[in-house]
Design a protein around this ligand. Structure first.
Ligand code: SAM
Length: 368
């Protein structure tokens, strides 16, 4: 019965994911997925979802993915768009023919896969507590060659950007940190499967801890610190969202953290902040302009265009409120009209796919 075979695969993949998110690593959980995937009646959709869950659980070996990819391959005529996205998210090593049938572009960094990752993260209850002992992630991080330039992705989420950056910039080290350990499993699993752990480290740490460590211990230069889609502070006292930091100083991007970045870096170190809410970009620009350690990077210095008129698009409700309150708009050479990076985060991918504006501002260290 295909349904019960699919159900058994689904149940074993969910059990594996839950165990890993709770910090339990047990080879039996992985074996249960492999056993369930042996059934001849597994559908392409079930195999794709199980592959997605294995990827989110941070499996570091290719075997489960290879087996699930073989099922998708055999049955790819029935694979819907969602299965394609899930295959991408899992970065399955698909046979070329299957890959073509699924639409050609199936990788963890394509639009569909980023959207699937973002949708998954939104479907989950917000986890603010790290299980224990940094969720099993090593601290301090160890790099194969610590003299290489370093990029820090602060608040990396699932880490799709960090993995892509490490792939396309083989001469840099990437340190991706987040306070929530459960989301780091995904990027860490990919780093292992792609053989990049010598240059790409995921760690359960705050941005401040990471920057302190860079300042005290890292041998090479700090090239950039990325703050991609920091959770914004409450806009005003009318905001009832208790999940938001209530003051700007409690946000990921704040004066103390930026000063730490300046002290950890040198006069070439850049910071980049991207946000889907305009007030975060405007406040960050004002903050960078107010700190003697920084200079706001002009879009033309990055070889990029800048927004000449306000970008409303399908703006967030919050941006509409910011405008109503008379807030300044993210317009002019202080803001970047496109990303200076060769890759995107899951949030960036999702917002761009929805046609929603993304506001970006960058700074460069000028005094330490
Ligand atoms: C909205 S998510 C953005 C994730 C990812 N950068 C992206 O663009 O898709 C913000 C992330 O920042 C993390 N975070 C918040 N404050 C942090 C801090 N002080 N240090 C490290 N991570 C932090 C949260 O746990 C969350 O994963």
């Amino acid at each position: 019965m295909p349904d019960s075979a699919d159900g058994a695969l689904r149940a074993s993949a969910i059990a594996l994911l839950q165990a890993r998110r709770a910090g339990r690593v047990n080879a039996d959980d992985e074996e249960a997925v492999l056993t369930a995937a042996r059934h001849s009646g597994i559908s392409a959709a079930a195999a794709a979802i199980a592959a997605r869950d294995c990827a989110l659980a941070g499996l570091t070996t290719d075997e489960p993915f290879a087996r699930l990819a073989a099922i998708v391959s055999r049955r790819c005529n029935e694979a819907p768009a969602a299965a394609r996205a899930q295959c991408g998210l899992a970065a399955l090593r698909l046979p070329r023919r299957t890959w073509r049938r699924l639409g050609g572009k199936v990788s963890f960094s394509d639009d569909a896969a980023l959207a699937e990752l973002w949708d998954y993260s939104k479907s989950r209850k917000k986890v603010t507590q790290t299980p224990s002992a940094r969720g099993g992630f090593a601290w301090p991080p160890v790099f194969e060659d610590p003299s290489r330039p370093l990029v820090v992705d602060a608040g990396c989420g699932f880490g799709a950007l960090a993995v892509s950056l490490a792939k396309v910039r083989p001469h840099v080290n990437v340190l991706a940190v987040d306070r929530a350990a459960h989301c780091l499993l995904y990027g860490d699993g990919l780093a292992h499967r792609l053989g990049m752990t010598g240059r790409l480290r995921f760690a359960c740490a705050s941005a401040d801890e990471a920057l302190h460590w860079v300042r005290e211990c890292y041998a090479g230069p700090l090239r950039a610190v990325l703050f991609m889609f920091p959770t914004p502070p409450a806009l005003d006292e009318r905001s009832k969202n208790a999940q938001l930091p209530q003051t700007p100083s409690k946000c990921l991007v704040n004066a103390a953290t930026l000063r730490l970045a300046a002290r950890a870096g040198s006069s070439e170190t850049c910071v980049l902040v991207a946000s889907n809410v305009e007030d975060v970009a405007v406040r960050t620009r004002d903050l960078l302009a107010s700190l003697p350690e920084f200079r706001v990077l002009q879009a033309k210095e990055c070889g990029l265009a800048w927004p000449r008129t306000p970008v409303d698009g399908d703006a967030a409700l919050r941006t509409k409120r910011w405008v109503e309150l008379g807030g300044a708009r993210a317009v002019g050479g202080d803001f970047l009209a496109a990303s200076p990076l060769p890759a995107r985060t899951e949030t960036e991918g999702r917002y761009e796919a929805y046609g929603r504006p993304v506001y970006r501002v960058a700074g460069v260290v000028c005094v330490r």
